[in-house]
Every structure is written in structure tokens, then in C-alpha cells.
Design a protein around this ligand. Structure first.
Ligand SMILES: C[S@@+](CC[C@H](N)C(=O)[O-])C[C@H]1O[C@@H](n2cnc3c(N)ncnc32)[C@H](O)[C@@H]1O
Length: 269
């Protein structure tokens, strides 16, 4: 049966492949992969019918055109029938427009298409930085989107800003953050956090023996930080949330009725 599986290979080649994804790749008639280096070597080993789509970045002018070319080539493979597997690094549903788009288009043609999760950069971040969203909550935005479309920032929760290197890339064809945009973003953040609030420029290790990059940078120095294609910015919570006695009272619950751990957490202690 003709079908499309869109899978994530995780951040670290080989080790992050789930058994589910490995089996899908092994059993596919064709594997089209937007991964490079060792990641690609692993996929080719699992299924020799693996082809790289990395050249879409070179062939098309600008990121949008590259993504459209990926979608076109995956759909062209589907047109030939069989089980096509499209592989993206990390989680295929996290900041990967072509992965969502190819599923939409395949389904609109009446074909079976499904996404399978992988380990994302944010999953690695939770592990490396010991950041548990259960404790303070977590806000997660694309950096430029966050700057352009003002949100209500909650300084009691962690804030994760993705694609820092694409900040200011209005024509979608640059690969370096624009310093003026980083400075402007820092100023937006400094309306809710003090200038000396320490953020982390985070890069998960992409090879098993490497260490993650976890660079502490005060908001006032953010414009001097180096951001690569793999940089994610983490702004830790500033203050603990306040327990709402009004909400407790509405349900006839006293603070002391809460489980000790939950109560402590809610008080931020
Ligand atoms: C196009 S998105 C792809 C995300 C990927 N699908 C995932 O699941 O992590 C690229 C962004 O993901 C984040 N990213 C990718 N690799 C990373 C790494 N090794 N460490 C930290 N963040 C990373 C960065 O914010 C980068 O700009």
C-alpha cells in the first residue's frame, strides 16, 4: 500500500533513533532524508535505499524554496507507490514546516500519511539543564516570531527561544543572527527580567562523546553571544508563582490540604 511515514532521527546519530523509527526506516521502499553526516551514514546502513534531500538547500534560492522542493520530492517518490519514509533530524513535528506540509498534501491526495516522534533539542535541553516543565512551566517560541509578535511573558516560567541564529533573517536566506535584532530582543526581555538575569545559550551534543554547550550569558551581554544553527536560548524563571488563596477558597481547599510536595512546589520552595 502506498503510504508516507514522516519520522524523526533524534539529535544524536544512531543513539536517538527509536525502535519504532528504526523499524519504519528498515521496512520502507524509499527513505528520503533531510539529515547529513553520521546521521545519514546510519540511515543508509539501516536501509540502503536512503537518499539525501540535503541538496534541496543548495538547489533552491532561500529557505522557503528549499522546503517546497523537499515537499515536492517526497510527493514525487510517493507518486511511484510503496512505503516512503521521510526522515528529519530531531522531532519531525518540531519547527519543521516541510514535515507537516508533506503530510497535509499527501492526505489531501487521499494517501495514508503519519508522523512518528523523535527526540527533539528541547528533550535534550530538559535532560542537560535539569529543567523540568512540571516545576515552573515552560514557554517555547521561535525567537523572531517572539520578537515580532509581542506575547505576555510569564517570568515565573522558563522561556525557550528557538532558532536564535535566524533572528533578523527577514529574507530567509542568512545563517547568522543579526546583532541589532539580538540587542532588540534583549531589550524586550529586559522589560520583564533584570539586565543581569542569566540566560543559557544551549546546544545539545550531536555526537555521543561530545559535551553540550551551556553558556551562561546575562541579558545585558546577549548581543555579544555567539549563536550557531544549533543554538537555543533558555531564559530561566525569575520568580516563583504565587499560590492563589482565592482559587483554593472557591473549592473549599486549604493550602495545608495540598500534598506537601505540591504545596512546596507551588510556593516555589
Ligand atoms: C529547524 S529547527 C529543528 C528542530 C528539530 N526538529 C528538533 O526537534 O529539535 C532548528 C532549531 O532547533 C534548535 N536546535 C537544533 N539542534 C540543536 C541542538 N543540537 N541543540 C540545541 N538546539 C538545537 C535550534 O533552536 C535551531 O535553531
Amino acid at each position: 500500500m502506498t503510504r508516507l511515514s514522516v519520522v524523526g532521527t533524534g539529535i544524536r546519530p544512531g543513539g536517538h533513533l527509536t525502535t519504532e523509527v528504526r523499524n519504519l526506516i528498515a521496512g520502507a521502499d524509499r527513505v528520503l532524508a533531510v539529515v547529513d553526516g553520521l546521521n545519514l551514514v546510519y540511515l543508509c546502513r539501516i536501509n540502503p535505499a536512503t537518499e539525501s534531500l540535503q541538496d534541496c538547500y543548495r538547489q533552491a534560492a532561500g529557505r522557503e524554496a528549499s522546503y517546497a522542493e523537499m515537499v515536492r520530492r517526497i510527493l514525487a517518490a510517493l507518486d511511484q507507490g510503496g512505503h516512503v519514509c521521510a526522515a528529519f533530524y530531531g522531532h519531525p513535528g518540531v519547527f519543521v514546516w516541510p514535515a507537516h506540509e508533506v503530510i497535509r498534501q499527501a492526505r489531501s491526495r487521499g494517501l495514508a500519511a503519519r508522523m512518528y516522534p523523535g527526540i527533539s533539542a528541547e528533550d535534550c535541553l530538559f535532560a542537560d539543564l535539569g529543567l523540568d516543565p512540571a516545576q515552573h512551566g515552560c514557554q517555547s517560541y521561535e525567537a523572531m516570531d517572539f520578537y515580532l509578535y509581542p506575547r505576555r511573558i510569564d517570568p515565573t516560567a522558563a522561556l525557550v527561544l528557538w532558532q536564535m541564529a535566524a533572528l533578523g533573517d527577514i529574507h530567509r536566506n542568512r545563517f547568522e543572527a543579526d546583532g541589532a535584532w539580538v540587542q532588540a530582543l534583549a531589550e524586550v526581555l529586559m522589560a520583564d527580567y533584570p539586565a543581569d538575569h542569566v540566560t543559557t545559550v544551549y546546544e545539545a551534543a550531536t555526537y555521543p562523546l561530545d559535551e553540550p554547550r551551556m553558556e551562561a550569558v546575562a541579558l545585558s551581554d546577549l548581543h555579544e553571544a555567539r549563536f550557531s544553527q544549533a543554538s537555543t536560548l533558555v531564559v530561566p524563571p525569575l520568580v516563583a508563582p504565587a499560590l492563589s488563596n482565592e482559587r483554593l477558597a472557591r473549592l473549599g481547599v486549604r493550602a495545608s490540604d495540598l500534598g506537601a510536595a505540591a504545596y512546596r512546589r507551588l510556593r516555589g520552595s
